[in-house]
Design a protein around this ligand. Structure first.
Ligand code: SF4
Length: 269
């Protein structure tokens, strides 16, 4: 969440809304302690795969070997940054990079319409007002293909549960709404697909389409109104509700562990 006091606009990203769902305090700390945000090995694997995919979609590579070289070089550069090691077997990472790149190249790429836009940023009004602030959505879509399908690339430990994504994933709602608002550039109806590369030694991919309608966008407005209203009334300098039941509440997966639950020396076994 980002507040533009001068123009009385609050900008919200889908990742912040996602954090609110996981743990409100995590979302607050993301606003007031961005310096604590660190990536993990899983994050830099994902970033390297994204870079390779982007190179393919922008026509900067001619074959799979080229893509893999881009991915490996990017991972090597990212490895020099400050990141956390999770439970991923480090020696297997080069094989993961190759199998996930293959999963994209052989299984997902053939169904993607080329000639679209990569890394498409957006800023659109949500057309709601909270305590005198207009609320806008902002973010970046991984790829909008030439047939106006929105794609988001994911690298994941396991396959997604399609039913659960259709029921409540917020990212497709935010992105299809944004595409609808930018309809001068993107014709309706916007469709959304997750293109998922599974982190394992043999290539495995999954495409998860998510359908969103105007009713979902109205629900999004209701959700965002509640989140922004809570943020404004409690204030970002006061602690918000914590949720340590999520699998992401751990030293490996929460950037704020050391200044939150990790400071309490709880027995986490
Ligand atoms: S450590 Fe747990 S409770 Fe604290 S912010 Fe992170 S996810 Fe929330």
């Amino acid at each position: 969440m980002r507040v533009d006091e001068l123009n009385k606009v609050i900008y919200v990203r889908q990742s912040w809304l996602g954090d609110i769902g996981i743990c409100p305090e995590r979302a607050r700390l993301g606003v007031v302690r961005p310096d604590f945000r660190t990536g993990s090995d899983a994050t830099i694997i994902g970033t390297a795969i994204h870079t390779g995919i982007e190179a393919v979609l922008q026509g900067k590579t001619t074959d799979f070997a080229d893509m893999l070289e881009v991915v490996a070089n990017d991972y090597e550069a990212l490895e020099t940054s400050n990141y956390k090691k999770t439970n991923i077997i480090q020696e297997e990472i080069p094989q993961y990079l190759e199998s996930m790149s293959l999963a994209f190249y052989n299984e997902i790429l053939p169904v993607v319409s080329l000639g679209g836009k990569t890394e498409m940023p957006f800023k659109v009004p949500l057309n709601i007002d909270v305590d005198g602030y207009a609320v806008w959505l902002e973010g970046t879509m991984d790829y909008v293909d030439s047939e106006n399908n929105i794609w988001d690339w994911k690298t994941a430990k396991r396959a997604y549960n399609m039913k659960s994504k259709q029921k409540s994933a917020i990212q497709p709602t935010v992105y299809t709404y944004a595409a609808h608002m930018l309809s001068e550039e993107i014709s309706e109806p916007p469709t959304f697909n997750y293109g998922i590369m599974i982190r394992q030694l043999t290539p495995k991919s999954q495409i998860v389409p998510v359908i969103r309608t105007a009713e979902h966008w109205n629900w999004l407005k209701h959700q965002v109104r509640g989140a922004v209203s809570m943020a404004l009334r409690t204030g970002v300098n006061n602690q918000w509700v914590t949720n340590d039941e999520s699998a992401l509440c751990s030293e490996s997966w929460c950037s704020f562990w050391s200044i939150c639950k990790g400071a309490y020396n709880c027995n986490n076994g």
